[in-house]
Design a protein around this ligand. Sequence first.
Ligand code: ADP
Length: 470
Amino acid sequence: MTNNQFDIPTAVLLLGLLYLILPIMTWIVLNGQRSKPVTLWCGGGLCIGVGFLMIGQRPSIPAWMSFPLANVLLFLGYWGRIQSLRLELDLALWRKSWVFVSVIVFLLIFEGIRVGLQDTHIRLGFVSFYHIVMASTVAYYALRIGRERHAPNAYLIVLVHVLLTSIMVLRVIELIISSDHSEAMVTSMVDVKAGVIGILSAVVSSYGYIGLMLDQAISNAAKLKTDKLLILNKNQQVIAHLDRQRSLGAMSASIGHELNQPLTAIMTNAQLAKLGIERGHLQIEQVPDILKKIIFNSRRAHLILEKVRAFIKPTIVEKRPVNLNVLVRETAELIKQDVMLHNIQLELIKQDSSLSVLGDATQLSQVLVNLYRNAMDALQNQSKGKITVSIQSIKNWAVITVEDNGSGITDVVLAQIGEPFFTTKPEGLGLGLSISKAIIEQHGGQLIMGNTPQGGASFDIRLPINPSNS
Ligand code: ADP
């Protein structure tokens, strides 16, 4: 034991062992989050550990190992940790050439003082100085992380590095005041304070770093959840967009109200004319006026219907290559939840993955969503409802077939299906298929409706294959 009641080589050895064990432990604990910053932090810790072990073994190993090599390792260890924290802050890594140059400069100065000047006093001053610079840089970046992420664990790293810096500043002051330049004096300065702070720094830094990384993992998981919710939300918005024509359901009350006025006027005028003729008091000169009113109101009604038609009429914005597999897969994603909710199986049959058409992907998705929705309606009372989607090429056509195992479409319905406002559903508008037909026809294709041999409904979307596909 020394007069400091602290055996310095043992303390340095202990510090070295701690710095060796703690990064390994950190590495093990952070299994699953081993990113580049974690590697740099742990690698830096290992370098520091080996450096301290070499210093602790000073009497029994060659001087070049325990002096220059050990200090270069400590220097590199700090570099690694600083880089790790910079990466956490999304800052660029310092260039390798800078690290190389700084190590060479460091080594030259260190060896110049040790071998050239042979002054332990200045050497210790220089070593303390680089510890101050490096430890305060670690504290600075940890502080920035703490502020940015509101992470208390980062402040633990700050705290121990500020302590480390302070103890080194004290040492420099002691060196300046002291006139004794002997090795014994220098050694006595590496006292109990430095030893305890060093050990504390090793333990608390690792604890703080693990905490910081685990907090980050938790917040990443929470972010992932929010992102997923956002995507879900976006999908729902797309569905809402695709369902534009269905919003006519909500609008139907006001459309009805608007139509009511001209239709009532037509009816009133027609009844007036009829009564007048029946009772014989309709003057011939009154007839043009009544007819004029009837014509005027018919036009009003027609205009209202035109407006509705314009609202639901598809207009192709632009035609681009649309990969049908991607289209079918993405549209299936949109209705996945609905399908699951209704306990229906949606099967996408694997096919030629390169088949594409030229068109408007959003509108083509709209057609598919309409077909899926209709199939879901048809499968409402089916215990094992299933929708099958397949893609194939027939001559110059790309064909998407949507089939269900519902009760199919009767001949009577088949004769009118696809006509605007034809529906067999109490709440239906009878617009889905007519709009779908219009979209496919605008794409130069056909929507073919029929039944499967098993009796369910079957819809073929035939589109011209993208010429660059064949
Ligand atoms: P809506 O769904 O509002 O009735 P659509 O134009 O989409 O309007 O459909 C028109 C009609 O076609 C439906 O009311 C229904 O009778 C029939 N239909 C459409 N798809 C199917 C299907 N998969 N199975 C049986 N009938 C269908």
